[in-house]
Design a protein around this ligand. Structure first.
Ligand code: FAD
Length: 431
């Protein structure tokens, strides 16, 4: 009798920098580290780069401008410009003040963005490994030994610097560093577009009252980003440029395969119920799903407990830090059971992020970038958006490359050396 053999590939490799998570922050971190000369490996559990921007369907990153001037540029901006150009899109005039902050977000074609991330990683010399996750990480006094598991593979990797860009501080947790988790966390969302109806012919009064009744009777749950059904139908139509057709999935968490599976099942089930419900209305009988993101996108899970914890107070007062590595600009934007109430920043204020918020307390040769930056929940509701995640990714990549070059900890590099490398790669630094 033939027994199928378990396929197991043992490989051992040495790297200067290992980036875990090839999403919004991680792909930029890997490109920057490799461009700065570090031998870099990028471990991604999914099948493509870009993370929440691509696989999560949140393809409208922001904000790169504040009060009429650009505050985030560098590798993230290079990717945005390339994606805009390859899709024949046009950038807005950012000197014009906006009424609502989404007007300054940049809609990118997510498929093109994923392709460009991959191309720029490969051009920089990044070794990409899809479908893999770290399962163990140990610091032996001089380097990290990371066990990585994938589809039919297991490998042991040796590296000088780790960068956790999983969005969930998973690698930091594996390395036994402290993390924060707020209760409740913000909900996740499935991004989607609908088709098959003509918005101008709908009897909105009837639809509104029936929708309200169905909510009260519990036929459908209050889990929509837009509680007004008319807004939802307008925004979610595939011809609408606005891309915020989303539900709210409370408790959604992408940290492990088990929690992320649950988030996907809940998100898709909620969308299926909505679709069936909408098709009961006159004019909406032929509503269909035009597009749906491949997974439930996640706003918040775990954040590292860093050498500095950015507070909402520091954020809204735009405190400057001696080790500032990038700007961030977005209203405080906490989503909860009642929806959202964005709180815009006061005129002239542009917050920033210190390097210490990317370094877990009591850590060695370790950085994070992205939404798991060390911050309280309210500050994180603004810091988590795409443009600052990209800028943090670039700063972490540059710092890790320098730390590996000198064989020292990130905190021991003079900040002016990090700034100088970032400037060479077109980043904007807080002054
Ligand atoms: C519904 C929604 C709406 C939003 N709206 C906006 C908006 O309007 N504008 C804006 O700028 N931002 C918005 N954001 C926020 C922003 O998109 C994200 O916070 C940001 O993109 C997160 O970047 P990141 O790099 O931290 O994580 P991600 O981009 O999620 O990247 C994490 C990557 O790590 C990978 N990964 C995870 N675990 C592992 C593992 N164990 N091993 C290997 N790889 C792993 C993931 O597959 C993923 O590729 C929104 C977010 C959501 C969910």
């Amino acid at each position: 009798m033939n027994h199928q053999q378990t396929i197991e590939t043992k490989s051992t490799d040495h790297y200067d920098v290992l980036v875990c998570g090839g999403g919004t922050a991680g792909s930029i971190a890997a490109i920057q580290a490799a461009r700065a000369g570090a031998k870099t490996i990028l471990i991604e559990s999914g099948s493509q780069l870009g993370g929440t921007i691509t696989t999560g369907g949140v393809s409208f990153p922001g904000l790169f401008h504040a009060h009429g001037r650009q505050i985030i540029r560098g590798i993230g901006w290079e990717l945005i410009e390339a994606a805009v150009q390859l899709n024949d899109d046009h950038l807005q005039d950012f000197t014009k003040p906006y009424q609502h902050h989404p007007e300054h977000q940049i809609h990118v074609n997510p498929y093109i963005y994923a392709l460009l991330c991959e191309e720029k990683c490969l051009e920089a010399g990044v070794h990409i490994r899809y479908y893999e996750t770290p399962v163990n990480a140990m610091f032996d006094g001089t380097q990290w030994i990371v066990d990585v598991s994938g589809k039919g593979t297991s490998s042991r990797l040796f590296c000088h610097q780790l960068i956790d860009c999983t969005g969930n501080a998973l690698l930091a947790q594996i390395a036994a560093y402290d993390v924060f988790h707020s209760e409740p966390c913000q909900p996740g969302s499935v991004m989607f577009k609908l088709a098959g109806y003509d918005i101008s012919t709908l009897n909105m009064t009837l639809i509104r009252s029936e929708y309200q009744k169905a909510l009260e009777d519990g036929v459908i749950s209050q889990s929509m980003f837009y509680h007004d059904i008319a807004t939802l139908l307008r925004i979610s139509h595939h011809s609408s440029k606005a891309a915020l057709a989303a539900n709210h999935i409370h408790g959604a968490d992408s940290t492990t395969s088990i929690t992320h599976t649950a988030a996907n099942l809940n998100g898709r089930h909620s969308l299926l119920r909505l679709l069936r419900f909408l098709r009961t209305f006159p004019g909406l009988e032929h509503t269909t799903l035009y597009s749906m993101a491949a997974e439930t996108s996640i706003r918040e899970t775990y954040r590292i407990h860093g050498l500095h914890v950015i507070t909402a107070d520091e954020y809204v007062n735009a405190i400057r830090y001696e080790d500032g590595i990038c700007y961030a600009f977005y209203p405080l934007d906490l989503h909860d059971e009642n929806g959202i109430r964005p709180e815009p920043l006061e005129s002239g204020r542009v917050p920033s992020i210190p390097l210490r918020a990317l370094i877990p307390d009591n850590s060695h040769h370790f950085l994070v970038a992205g939404r798991c930056v060390s911050s309280d929940q309210m500050a994180n509701s603004a810091l988590r958006v795409a443009a600052p995640c990209m800028a943090m990714g670039q700063a972490a990549g540059a710092t890790a490359a320098l730390a590996s070059r000198h064989g020292i900890n990130p905190l021991d590099i003079p900040i002016r050396e990090i700034h100088s490398l970032l400037r060479q790669h077109d980043a904007i630094l807080p002054v």
